[in-house]
Design a protein around this ligand. Structure first.
Ligand code: C2E
Ligand code: CA
Ligand code: CA
Length: 339
């Protein structure tokens, strides 16, 4: 029955369905256990491409079970405000002034700080990423407002957004509400979208990006260089910024060809009128190479790792007195430590 196309407004739509199964009493003696196991089986089916049914089996293992626990904990995390944003400064390579900050999400779970790589993929799978993204937009703008009231004139903050969020009407609503609540100019907010995701359904993205652009927010293509952008589309997307992926910056010094690629991206972006940010700048040599190419913005451990809002405030007050020093010597740990 589910395989039959459903007609809606002249379109024939095909539904896909996946089923996870668990059997009483073999897989559990209460409803919670059975649902948990069925959910694990469902997850496996979806990962195998969907349109299938899978019976739970004990060899699916602890790991899967862990994911289920994590998933229910993540639901409550959003409700109990266990999510926090850390901020990494984005520095103007020409003069060392702080041009903005990127908000990066962390999950404070029972006194332990969890990095996005451990929970964002799960949140993307179950759709929680939309609520999380909307929370991040509102929280980041409120933080800018709080900093401004404390005398820190930060005028730009970037928030990472999942590309599927673009077609949710709640996104534009959240952006508008957050801007109204803080009374900040729309250009204060930059939304970062990963290049590879945008390219996956470019037509849909294009329409949604134009709507956001009309609101006045700025748009950045993140992890640029990894997503095989068609150059034709690059000129059509209403972008403001390109962020060169960290992997290119890392390899630049050991591989002269990679250096040429980065130089090419900077030239291309500039020709298209886009601002170029290099991410993952970890040492002085990388910074100098980027400055020589004319790359405008830089971000990375060379300056500092992402900081809590309070530490960001302190860090900025310390560096503001002498911004030139920042691009001359940096302040961060020169060894890459993953937060
Ligand atoms: P991203 O947007 O590319 O963010 C940059 C990542 O690089 C951050 O990792 C940052 O801590 C790290 N980084 C910054 N400078 C350096 C450096 O010099 N060296 C090295 N090795 N790493 C550096 P983080 O915070 O773990 O975030 C990872 C990814 O998780 C982000 O990649 C982004 O795709 C995603 N993410 C973070 N926050 C959010 C969010 O609020 N919503 C969504 N949808 N995704 C988020
Ligand atoms: Ca980003
Ligand atoms: Ca990135």
């Amino acid at each position: 029955h589910l395989r039959r196309p459903v007609s809606f407004e002249g379109l024939d739509m095909l539904l896909r369905c996946s089923i996870g199964m668990a059997v009483y009493p073999r897989h559990g003696r209460n409803i919670e256990m059975l649902l948990a196991k069925a959910d694990v089986a469902l997850g496996i089916g979806k990962r195998q491409g969907g349109n299938t049914s899978v019976m739970f089996s004990p060899e699916f293992g602890e790991n899967q079970r862990g994911n289920f626990d994590l998933e229910s904990a993540l639901h409550t995390a959003v409700d109990r405000s266990e999510l926090v944003l850390h901020y990494q400064p984005i520095v103007d390579a020409r003069n060392g002034r702080v041009s903005g900050a990127e908000a990066l999400m962390r999950w404070m779970r029972g006194g332990q700080l969890i990095t996005p790589a451990s929970f964002i993929p799960l949140a993307e799978e179950n759709g929680l990423v939309f609520r999380m993204g909307e929370w991040a937009i509102s929280e980041a703008l409120q933080q800018v407002r709080r900093w401004q009231l404390r005398g820190l004139g930060l005028t730009s903050v970037s928030v990472n957004i999942n590309v599927r969020h673009l077609v949710q009407p709640s996104l534009t609503r959240a952006v508008t509400q957050a801007l109204e609540a803080t009374q900040l100019p729309p250009s204060t907010l930059t939304l970062e979208l990963t290049e590879s995701d945008v390219m996956q359904d470019i037509e849909k993205a294009l329409t949604a990006l134009r709507v956001l652009k009309d609101l006045g927010v700025r748009l950045a293509l993140d992890d640029f260089g990894t997503g095989y952008s068609s150059l034709a589309y690059l000129t059509q997307l209403p972008l403001d910024l390109l962020k060169i992926d960290r992997s290119f910056i890392q390899e630049m010094q050991i591989n002269p060809q990679q250096l040429m690629v980065v130089r090419g991206i900077v030239a291309l972006g500039s020709a298209l009128g886009l601002t170029i940010t290099a991410e993952g700048v970890e040492n002085r040599e990388e910074l100098i190479a980027l400055q020589k190419m004319g790359c405008q913005l830089v971000q990375g451990y060379f300056f500092t790792r992402p900081l809590t809002a309070t530490d960001f405030d302190t860090w900025w007050r310390q560096t503001r007195a002498n911004p030139g020093l920042l691009v001359a010597t940096g302040t961060g740990s020169h060894d890459a430590i993953v937060v």
